[in-house]
Design a protein around this ligand. Sequence first.
Ligand code: GLP
Length: 251
Amino acid sequence: MPQLPSHHTFSSPEAASEALASEISNLVSSRAAEGRSAVLGLATGSTPIRLYAELVRLHQQGLSFSNVITFNLDEYLGIGKDHPESYWQFMHSHLFEHIDIAAENIHIPDSGISEEGLEEYCTAYEKKISEVGGIDLQVLGIGRNGHIGFNEPGATPDLPTHVTELNKVTINDAADSFGGSENVPRRAITMGVKTILGARRVVLLAFGNSKAAIVQRALTPGVTAEVPATYLQLHGNTAYFLDREAGAQLD
Ligand code: GLP
């Protein structure tokens, strides 16, 4: 039975990011106290930058990430990890270079995998997630077209990690950072909707006016492939953390 995700509207993106950082910090410390790992699913884009800054600040105040294992949602294909727009670069410069996570605990889909190795690579990525016991908490952003990770409109809910084609809206939204839409990669590796729904807890962050309409649509009852974020209505433990602007069209 579909269940609408809860939503929390905060006074600012900073306040929403601090609330999620605090939830992550509690998870990581309680697992450490039990001698266990915490498995985080992580997102890129402009939205989670404040979250990562807050996690770095908590680390400087003593929070250790030595028991943390991470899996990133997605990565562009064919650009290589040294490309300034690769999600590998993004994650290292915003988070991993500043905390005490072990390099072997970081998993980001590899944008340089050869064509013939792709299928096997995606299967192995998914297997690694299962082997560590699944994702405890998945952080998500949302595209203006309702995508989550790179699960674009039309995505089915049954796919694990796979190769996907980027949608026009997504390519246009990335055009500025790549110096023109012609430079934006056309394909990506992404966790599938199935992978995301397998996480025990999901928190989706959305900030600003440009996300208000899609947030309203994603939280309207009814699951449709045209708005992949509506699949989160099938999850049961998803929360949207919004700022006032992104929550402006909700009742
Ligand atoms: C990209 C990422 C998504 C992200 C989305 C929104 O397409 N693959 O994971 O949620 O952009 O980005 P932003 O947070 O910059 O709006």
